[in-house]
Ligand binder design. Structure first.
Ligand SMILES: Cc1cc2nc3c(=O)[nH]c(=O)nc-3n(C[C@H](O)[C@H](O)[C@H](O)COP(=O)(O)O)c2cc1C
Length: 306
C-alpha cells in the first residue's frame, strides 16, 4: 500500500480543485492518500483589498515565513512514498503560506528523502518561484521528481487585468462580460487528472527517473521565453524594492504605506510601459539569443537545480 500526501494552500479554491483532480487517479489504486490544506494562525484576506495586497509584497518576495497552524501529528509521523505539493506564486516567489511550510522544522521531517511533485496554479509567472521552491526542497533534503505548472493561457496583459478583478472581488468571472475568465481555465483544471495517471505509474514502479519527461509529453509545463526574461529581470528589481520597503517598517506598518503606493505605481509602469518595450527588444534579438533561449527552455522544464 503506497502512502501519498497531497498538501497545498489555496484562497479561491482553484488550486484545491487542481490537486484533487490530480490525486483522483492516484487514490483509485492500492494507495492511502492523505489531504492537508495549510492554514495560518492569522489568515490572509480573500478577496484582497489594495493595501493588504501590496503590503504582502516585501515579505512574500523576501520569503519571510508566518506562523502556521500546527500540522496534524499523524501526518508528520508518517513516512510518505510521495508528496504532492500544490502552491501558488505571490510576487514571483512561493506564497507566504508555502514558504512558511517549507521553512518549518516539521517540513524537515516530512519531506526528508521523500519524492515530491510540485503543482503550481498561478497567473503565468512561476519560473523563478520554482527555482526558489527547488532550493527550499533541497534544504529539506526532499527529492523533487516532477513539476506541473497550470497557468492562465491568455496573453500577459489580459491576464493582469482579469486577475486583479478576481483577487479584489473574489469572483472568478468574465470581467465586464467581455474579458475571458481569469486564472487557470476550467478545461485545464478538469483535465488535470491526466497528470495523476502518469504519476501513479511511477509511484508503483518506485522509479521516478522518467516522470518529468512523461509529464512534459502531456504538457505539464510550457515555457514562454519572454516571460522567463521578464521574471528574471523583475526578480532583480523586486529584490531592491522589497529590501528597501521592509527597512521602512514591518508588515502592516504605517511607515511603509507611502512606499508601497509608490511600488504600486512602479508595477503599473513596468507592466504597461517597460514590458512592451522589452518585448520588442526580445523579438529583435531573438535570433542571436536562440541558443541560450533553447537551453533555458530545457532547464526550466526540468526538475534540475543549477
Ligand atoms: C499577492 C499575490 C501576488 C501574486 N503574484 C503572482 C505572481 O507573481 N505570478 C503569478 O503568476 N501569479 C501571481 N498571483 C496569482 C496566484 O499565483 C494565484 O494564481 C491566485 O492567487 C489564485 O490562487 P489560489 O488557488 O490561492 O486562489 C498572485 C496572487 C496574489 C494574491
Amino acid at each position: 500500500m503506497k502512502k501519498v500526501l497531497v498538501i497545498h494552500y489555496s484562497q479561491s479554491g482553484q488550486l484545491t480543485e487542481i490537486v484533487n483532480n490530480i490525486a483522483l487517479p492516484i487514490s483509485e489504486g492500492e494507495t492511502v492518500v492523505d489531504y492537508y490544506k495549510i492554514e495560518l494562525e492569522k489568515e490572509f484576506p480573500f478577496p484582497w483589498n489594495k493595501p493588504d495586497f501590496f503590503d504582502v509584497f516585501p515579505e512574500s518576495f523576501l520569503q519571510k515565513p508566518r506562523v502556521l497552524k500546527p500540522l496534524p501529528t499523524e501526518i508528520i509521523n508518517k513516512k510518505y512514498d510521495l508528496i504532492i505539493l500544490g502552491y501558488q506564486v505571490w510576487y514571483l516567489s512561493p506564497s507566504i503560506p508555502i514558504n512558511s511550510l517549507l521553512k518549518s522544522p516539521e517540513a524537515k521531517l516530512l519531506f526528508k528523502n521523500t519524492p515530491v511533485v510540485t503543482v503550481i496554479g498561478c497567473r503565468n509567472m512561476w519560473i523563478m518561484a520554482q527555482e526558489k521552491v527547488k532550493r527550499l526542497l533541497n534544504n529539506c533534503e526532499a527529492n523533487l521528481v516532477g513539476n506541473i505548472a497550470l497557468v492562465d493561457r491568455h496573453i500577459n496583459h489580459i491576464s493582469v487585468i482579469t486577475i486583479v478583478q478576481w483577487m479584489f472581488t473574489g469572483v472568478k468571472k468574465k470581467y465586464l462580460g467581455i474579458f475571458p475568465k481569469p486564472g487557470v481555465s476550467q478545461k485545464d483544471i478538469n483535465e488535470s487528472g491526466k497528470f495523476g495517471g502518469v504519476i501513479v505509474e511511477s509511484l508503483f514502479k518506485s522509479d521516478y527517473n522518467e516522470l518529468q519527461d512523461n509529464l512534459l509529453k502531456i504538457n505539464a509545463v510550457k515555457i514562454k521565453p519572454f516571460l522567463v526574461l521578464v521574471d528574471k529581470r523583475a526578480n532583480v528589481l523586486f529584490g531592491k524594492w522589497a529590501m528597501f520597503i521592509s527597512k521602512k517598517g514591518g508588515a502592516g506598518s504605517e511607515k511603509r504605506q507611502v512606499w508601497l503606493k509608490l511600488f504600486n505605481f512602479y508595477l503599473l509602469f513596468a507592466i504597461w510601459i517597460i514590458a512592451p518595450i522589452v518585448f520588442i527588444l526580445f523579438l529583435l534579438t531573438y535570433i542571436p539569443f536562440m541558443g541560450s533561449i533553447k537551453k533555458d527552455k530545457k532547464y526550466y522544464s526540468s526538475i534540475e537545480l543549477k
